[in-house]
Design a binder for this molecule. Structure first.
Ligand code: NAD
Ligand code: MG
Length: 397
């Protein structure tokens, strides 16, 4: 943080759901933040609007074909711009003290690493990049002196609760899951669920990919893996409990059997505000929590039979050696195929399982030590999942 007290910040994925919540917090205290860089995938108009509002120094779109459109949208300003994957990385390399990593999917890996490598404070919303590259991501952050601030609500809760004890005193962590829109559905109905049904999340308003992941509980699987890499926990130290109200986000159990929880309204602006203020606290923007009004908090065990994607996450973690990269890559292919109506909802987890099994049978498990390793596994696992797709699509459950 500069002596003036003004903090320079960049937001990767500024036009998305997390980007929107982040910009809302920045907008509330414009005197405290200088926006260095903002990025988007294809939404030039939305990006240019934010760039002008926040007087950003640099903006980038991932789609290289949209450079002239972006230039035109910024005409008359002195905002620099670029397009293409390299420009997104350049945005992350620019000297912001705090970076929100909120690109969706494994596409967020390279830009997140670019921010990590220059030792920034990185608020990490993009769980896929950690799942894809977890085996070296945290080491690389430690070597660069970067601070990873978990922005995912469950991990932010754990991060806050972990401060109540030390690593030797921790016995386990518990992350909560809303259970998604199909929590009470029979397996046969989940199998046939439509895109519109999968997109109706009971509690959270989020981007399309993570909303579908919440319906399949693959999101919770990704989060179990994310927690393992973020906090160096074994699979046995991570529990999931279904909590439909989404008020408790995460808990840490210590050796004396004290369980420390973080609570809040289901609004991503709370964990993002924690990351933005850290190590201090700033004024939040979510509605205050009114427990008397909520009345009841309930809990259930997760059902692996109806939500097999969650169990596969534990299998991938135990297999290690790139298996979580495969889990994520296959899921990204499966979700895209479901959105394109090429497979049924129930086939998402089947494609992930088949891809992981085929990958392991082919003897492809190997340690990942750098971004190129992770990107190669991600790429090859996507190809394998795409090749398995027709047979999974044809097979009735
Ligand atoms: P979103 O789809 O709403 O937004 C994604 C952002 O990334 C957009 O700005 C988009 O333009 C950009 N983007 C997409 N593909 C890109 C590409 N190939 N290259 C560069 N930019 C690209 O998604 P979201 O819901 O904001 O989620 C973002 C990330 O945060 C995901 O990893 C998600 O799992 C994680 N997350 C989201 C929430 C939430 O409440 N939305 C909660 C926890 C974690
Ligand atoms: Mg979450």
């Amino acid at each position: 943080v500069a002596a003036s007290g003004v903090r320079s910040v960049s937001v990767l994925g500024a036009t998305g759901s997390i980007g929107d919540s982040t910009m809302d917090l920045l907008r509330a205290s414009p005197e405290r933040y200088q926006v260095e860089a903002l990025t988007a995938n294809t939404n030039v108009a939305g990006l240019a609007k934010l760039a002008k509002e926040f007087n950003a120094r640099f903006v980038a779109v991932a789609d290289p074909a949209r450079l002239s459109e972006l230039r035109a949208a910024l005409a008359g300003t002195d905002i620099a711009c670029g397009a293409g994957e390299g420009a997104i990385v350049e945005a992350a390399e620019r000297p912001a003290d705090w970076v929100m990593a909120a690109v969706a999917g494994a596409a967020g890996l390279k830009p997140a690493l670019a921010a990590v490598d220059r030792g920034a404070h990185v608020a990490l919303a993009n769980k896929e990049c950690l799942v894809c590259a977890g085996e070296f991501f945290m080491d690389r952050a430690a070597k660069a002196g970067a601070t990873i601030l978990p922005a995912d609500s469950e991990h932010n809760a754990l991060f806050q609760a972990l401060a109540s004890g030390n690593r030797d005193e921790l016995t386990k962590v518990i992350i909560t899951a809303s259970g998604g829109p199909f929590r009470t559905w029979a397996a046969a109905d989940i199998e046939q669920a439509t895109l519109a049904q999968a997109l109706k999340h009971p509690n959270w308003s989020m981007g399309q990919k993570i909303t579908i992941d919440s319906a399949s509980m693959m999101n919770k699987g990704l989060e179990v893996i994310e927690a393992s890499w973020l906090f160096a926990l074994s699979p046995d130290e991570i529990d999931v409990v279904v909590h439909p109200q989404s008020i408790i986000h995460g808990m840490v159990e210590f050796s004396d059997r004290s369980v420390v929880a973080q609570l809040g309204s289901p609004d991503m602006r709370t964990p993002i505000a924690h990351c933005l203020g850290w190590p201090d606290r700033i004024v939040g923007r979510a509605a205050p929590l009114d427990l008397a009004k909520i009345g009841t908090l309930t809990f259930e065990a997760p059902d692996y039979a109806r939500f097999p994607g969650l169990k596969l996450a534990y299998d991938a973690l135990r297999a290690g050696n790139g298996a979580t990269t495969v889990y994520n890559a296959a899921n990204e292919i499966a979700v895209a195929a479901f959105i394109a109506q090429r497979i049924r909802f129930g086939a998402i987890a089947r494609l992930v399982e088949e891809t992981m099994n085929s990958w392991i049978r082919a003897g492809n498990l190997a340690p990942l030590s750098c971004a190129d390793d992770a990107i190669a596994v991600d790429h090859n696992a996507r190809d394998m999942a795409a090749a398995l797709l027709p047979q999974i699509a044809a097979k009735a459950s």
